[in-house]
Design a protein around this ligand. Sequence first.
Ligand code: NAI
Ligand code: MG
Length: 352
Amino acid sequence: RTYNLAVIHGDGIGPEVNHQALKALDAASERFGFRLESTEYPLGAQNYLDTGKLIEVGTLERIRRHDAILFGAMGDPRVAPGILERGLILRIRREFRQQVNLRPVRLYPGVPTPIKDLSPDRCDFVVVRENTEGLYVSEGSTVHGGTKNAVALQESVNTARAIADVVDYSFRLAQKRRKKLTLCHKKNVLVHAGELWQTVVDEHSPQYPDVEVDYVHVDAMCQHMPMTPERFDVIVTDNLFGDIISDLGATIQGGLGVAASANLNLDGQAPSMFEPVHGSAPDIAGRGWANPAAAVLSAALCLAALGEGEAALSLERAAASVLAGLPALAGPGMCAHTDELGDLIAQRITQG
Ligand code: NAI
Ligand code: MG
């Protein structure tokens, strides 16, 4: 088996952590006997500043032919906020119909969490966020009535078709895990969208009789997730609620250094994209302080999606074992450099 990866390093710590992910993937390919070919696409803030272009149609079409996209991070203080997000990241998600944003929330042993008394065995769930609709279609209008009387309308688009794809994916994921699916919404207030989500879940439920289904309002979710994360296995939700609760999830699991994500194409017509949740971190770029675990765990999600389950598990285990040793590595006089951590992770993958 040979997999063709499109690699987008991006800016700041993007290339620094992505290189560690590639090292881990190389180690896994040797150990598990598959081939990886990667092609780099120089996209991001620096490329935009140099060329004035975000991404050309020809580049998109070349990326489309890859099996998966490994994405670092992009952003630069010299580029206005929103330009890269809308012009590149959201564009890729939309063009490649990446309907699911997958955010595992797992507390690995040794990783400090701000939640008092939370032990790793109680925190292992996944947020499945609808990635293309809801309020994020950015449709609406502002009725200008002067500074005092303006009215802003922001539309939320929810199609049964997109919800069904995401809900079906979530049921199948739950079947492979602890067999519990929780719908998160605010259906008591957002009655139109909420009812459609609930209806789609109810319609799918009989096909998955082994999966237990429940429902939690998004505000209550913000209490339950940090206090009783063990009650969740797969949480399915819309674009906005998913954005918010998955950031809460990242905090619970110990922050941006360990939060991984996948943007999944479900129809097989375009590649999925795998990226750490963090951004380009200009404040620490170039210093070797970036934690590569989030990028390596994202690469693990990539292998799992490609069907290399064993290799995926070995990346996750290696990253987890290095994280478990980090408090010691980060002690006085022991500065753990991004590259060294990447080497250590690759080494553990090789050794098994
Ligand atoms: P950020 O995630 O880049 O950094 C937030 C804080 O977390 C910083 O103090 C940073 O040093 C720290 N941090 C982030 N990743 C880390 C890691 N792997 N190891 C250790 N510390 C880490 O978010 P920020 O500062 O709000 O944004 C910086 C730039 O990144 C902006 O241009 C923003 O637009 C962009 N951004 C891009 C994203 C993407 O490419 N998907 C996502 C979020 C932000
Ligand atoms: Mg976010």
